[in-house]
Design a protein around this ligand. Structure first.
Ligand SMILES: Cc1cc2nc3c(=O)[nH]c(=O)nc-3n(C[C@H](O)[C@H](O)[C@H](O)COP(=O)(O)OP(=O)(O)OC[C@H]3O[C@@H](n4cnc5c(N)ncnc54)[C@H](O)[C@@H]3O)c2cc1C
Length: 494
């Protein structure tokens, strides 16, 4: 039996729809205007016909919309395109609006394992994809002058090494990366004494390049940019509070459904929502943790398992000048928890964010983000004052506490590509899925991956629309592709 997170996976159930009335994240609720698109398109007439329906308005879904608009803008795609984003709740109310705000491409962690399992070239692509994604986002932010708008900070990222085992494993990964010819430029090993002197924590650490930003603000900007291109052959509409409850494969004439007939009047799919149906030719599943709701064959450890993370936003007791670094991660073995600490020097809030991803029954297969777990909350409250004794006050209550749902796969890598290529559905009527795509299962590390995966899905759609052959980018790991068999016994061990 599969043992992702060492728990029993017998009889896995597909994820539900995103819960109504979720806990309130700092990012979406710190000011009244924090999420200007929150209820965009939630009332009034529903679009009834589109070329591409994107399900989900996180970094992946909006990334797909952005890249489609870019394809039109740059004349890669010359035919008009009607695109709609359907979101079950507020705009960007999933993991993207609830995470720790790190944009940290992995530098070399897990290199040894990946090189042994997949070979050095495929291992290198894991890091190349993340470097590509982070640098694409940073370039877009800089080119459009959004640095202050999205609170982008290039402060580096520190991983505390909390045990001898973690020190050894970091050393092994570093050596494997060097052996494979992967550049470690910008990375730094810090001794316990150096960490103590500069940051106040009593562990050795690894420092790697990395960014922090306000994910909801970034996704809002990306959507607004894509939307501003409407009218030049590109048409983008967002309907929030419009959950997709089912996908029917059907030949629906768009004129019969009441909308203007388009050049491509026969649509393969009808997406059902409580507000009505939408006919479309292509569907992109950007639903991450919730993917198995519409694609039940993805339930369980061979697909995408929902895992709940919990976060607190806490005020530090010292000024940001004394915190010295924006981004931390520490894997505290005793609690089997994973912490993130983030401080925003750009805001006046001096907020430390501690996120926990407890790998236990508190969290695995939990797709409900309407509550917080008290035990996890206790652990989170203890972490900052224990690790950074003089910087966070013991007993101070957090300003906000919330949960969010991540989508984990057995190998902790996402699925990217056409749905009809999944090995699990070969032998069934795969034409029911032709024209549907997915980029999901980012396994708690989507910020430096999802936007690049969205780019790949758009390349594939553009190739279909232009009758060309899609060519795998050199930075894309082959194992991400939906058409590839994932060796579960080898890969699930963890
Ligand atoms: C607590 C926490 C901490 C994290 N920390 C980090 C980190 O430090 N670094 C990092 O890189 N990543 C982190 N992540 C993970 C990161 O946030 C995700 O990998 C990334 O945001 C995934 O983006 P997405 O767009 O694919 O999914 P999401 O942002 O979850 O978007 C999916 C959207 O689909 C919508 N949806 C689902 N089903 C339907 C449906 N049937 N109809 C309509 N809409 C639907 C959902 O409401 C949601 O808005 C963290 C996540 C959490 C929750």
């Amino acid at each position: 039996m599969a043992t992702l997170f060492s728990i029993d996976h017998s009889d896995p159930k597909p994820a539900g729809l995103p819960s109504q009335n979720p806990t309130r994240s700092f990012w979406a609720n710190s000011s009244p205007d924090a999420n200007p698109l929150s209820r965009e398109g939630s009332t009034g007439p529903l679009i009834t016909d589109a070329d591409v329906c994107i399900i989900g308005s996180g970094i992946t879904g909006v990334g797909v919309a952005y890249h489609l608009s870019e394809a039109i803008e740059t004349n890669v795609l010359q035919s008009p395109l009607k695109v709609v984003i359907l979101e079950a709740r507020d705009f960007c109310a999933g993991a993207t609006g609830r995470n720790g705000g790190h944009l940290t491409p992995a530098a070399f962690s897990e290199f040894h394992d990946r090189a042994s399992k997949y070979g050095p070239e495929e291992a290198k692509r894991s890091y190349a994809l993340e470097a590509h994604t982070a640098s694409s986002l940073v370039h877009i932010i800089q080119d459009h002058g959004w640095v202050n708008d999205v609170d982008l900070v290039h402060g580096g990222h520190i991983k505390l090494l909390c045990s001898d085992q973690q020190v050894e494993s970091a050393q092994r990964d570093r050596e494997a990366a060097v052996d494979a010819g992967w550049s470690l430029e910008g990375t730094l090993a810090l001794s316990k004494e150096e960490v103590e002197a500069t940051f106040g924590a009593h562990y050795p650490a690894v420092k790697i390049p990395g960014y922090n930003l306000w994910p909801l603000k970034l996704v809002t900007k990306l959507y607004q940019l894509a939307q501003s291109r409407t009218g030049r052959g590109f048409d983008l509409v967002l309907h929030t509070h419009t959950p997709v409850t089912a996908i029917q494969h059907a030949n629906v004439s768009s004129s019969a459904s009441g909308s203007e007939p388009s050049a491509n009047a026969t649509r393969a799919y009808r997406l059902l929502t409580p507000r009505g149906a939408i006919a479309c030719s292509r569907v992109v599943h950007a639903t991450n943790a919730y993917a198995s709701h519409l694609l039940p064959f993805l339930a369980g450890p061979q697909g995408i398992v929902p895992v709940r993370g919990q976060v607190i936003a806490t005020r530090a007791s010292v000024g940001t000048d004394q915190i010295k670094i924006n981004s931390w991660v520490a894997n505290e073995v005793a609690f089997r928890s994973f912490y993130l600490v983030l401080v925003f020097p750009r805001t006046v809030h001096r907020v430390g964010n501690t996120g926990s991803r407890v790998r236990s029954s508190h969290a695995v297969y939990v797709d409900d983000d309407t509550t917080c777990h008290p035990k996890v909350g206790e652990t989170l409250r203890a972490f900052l004052p224990t690790t950074f004794e003089e910087k966070f006050e013991r007993g101070r209550e957090p300003e906000m506490e919330w949960t969010g749902i991540m989508g984990y796969t057995a190998i902790k890598d996402p699925f990217v590509g056409p749905i009809d290529k999944f090995p699990a559905i070969q032998g069934t009527d795969i034409t029911r899925y032709t024209g549907q795509f997915i980029a999901a299962g980012h396994s708690g590390h989507g910020m430096p991956r999802a936007f690049g995966c969205a780019e790949v899905v758009v390349q594939m759609i553009v190739a279909e629309l232009t009758g060309t052959v899609w060519i795998q980018p050199e930075w894309l790991p082959t194992r991400y592709l939906t058409g590839k068999e994932r060796d579960s016994e080898l890969m699930i061990r963890n």
